[in-house]
Design a protein around this ligand. Structure first.
Ligand code: SF4
Length: 335
């Protein structure tokens, strides 16, 4: 069967870095996830990601430093105070320092992200950023994932040593969460204004969200001038109100990821970073959750994931790259 002519024309515009409109994306998503049109979209987006980052992959280690019943009350989250039976948990400074030292073992984890709940104490966060700075390899970029903040607070975090921040405006914010959409959007602008590199998020997407809603939200976020966007697929958490909807089909996720990658291929990130990749964080950027106990095995798995996805080099903390081959995987204990 020949490829649909209109789909081919839209995909070609995305490949050549011309902006796509929301209705172009909606049209591409009318094809089934196993269709020739979806396969072509996935293949083009994959090639674009590899080309844009010059075949260099990078790893982000994410550490939950402060968790507990959270007043954000997001209907998908295991920390939501409306559903959780978990207690508060603050990572001790000495444990954080040890974890960061382990992350730096091979100087090949470029980014460390500290995550907290919505009610986090900013002084604590700034202190923790300092601990990471003192114990990480030189050149490691520190990101924070935290509550809504004004510009002054964003500047404080930057001054403490953060390079950037992760902040998402979620789908159905204010309905499926108890946080106002305007507050999330404003914080993303504040973070960018303070000079932090902002990674934003789209999601968490579940099967109940229709394409018009998802794509509409993508274009709203695109206007906020973030550096990158992570597409988040919702993992169903037992006991949460949205558990009943289940999880989006992985091949439909790949199709959506591909379409949005091509739709934003023209985008020029405000903070330049070496081997940054496309606006939609793609396969080149692996985010792995680590604890002091599992840190080594998680990073080893992240190296393998990049290798299995065909990335030829790995970004090091000093911005050099190392060949990501079988020998390196063996030397780093990843195989
Ligand atoms: S704000 Fe974050 S930690 Fe709090 S309930 Fe929502 S997703 Fe969970």
């Amino acid at each position: 069967m020949p490829i649909d002519a209109k789909a081919a024309e839209i995909l070609s515009r995305g490949w050549y870095k011309e902006p796509l409109e929301a209705n172009d994306c909606e049209y591409l998503m009318t094809f089934r996830d196993k269709s020739s049109e979806a396969n072509l979209a996935t293949s083009l987006a994959n090639r674009l990601v590899h080309r844009t980052c010059s075949e260099v992959g990078q790893i982000t280690a994410e550490i939950e430093v402060s968790t507990g019943p959270c007043s954000g009350n997001c209907k998908f989250c295991r920390y939501s105070e409306g559903t959780t039976s978990l207690g508060f948990n603050e990572m001790e400074d000495s444990v954080l320092a040890r974890c960061v030292e382990k992350i730096g073992g091979f100087s090949d984890v470029k980014n460390i992200r500290l995550t907290t709940c919505a009610d986090t104490d900013l002084d604590d966060l700034c202190r923790r950023v300092g601990i990471v700075k003192d114990n990480a390899r030189k050149g490691t970029r520190i990101f924070v994932n935290t509550c809504d903040m004004d510009v002054e607070d964003c500047r404080r975090i930057r001054k403490a040593g953060a390079y950037g921040a992760y902040h998402a405006c979620r789908l159905r914010e204010g309905t499926d969460t108890q946080i106002k959409k305007e507050a999330r959007m404003k914080t993303i602008s504040n973070l960018a204004e303070s000079g932090l590199a902002v990674i934003t998020g789209l999601g968490p997407i579940g099967p109940e969200h229709d394409m018009k809603e998802i794509i509409g939200s993508f274009y709203e976020i695109l206007d906020l001038k973030a550096n990158n966007l992570e597409l988040e697929i919702r993992e169903p958490v037992v006991g949460t109100p949205l558990y009943q909807y289940g999880k989006m089909n992985p091949s439909r996720v790949s199709q959506l990821r591909a379409v949005l990658t091509l739709a934003s291929s023209w985008y020029d990130s405000p903070v330049k970073s070496t081997y940054g990749g496309t606006y939609l964080s793609g396969a080149n950027s692996v985010v792995t959750k680590v604890t002091a106990e599992n840190v080594m095995s998680q990073i080893e798995a992240a190296r393998r994931k990049l290798f299995n996805s065909g990335f030829e080099r790995l970004l090091k903390t000093d911005d050099s790259t190392v060949e990501l081959n079988l020998m390196y995987l063996r030397q780093s204990g990843s195989v």
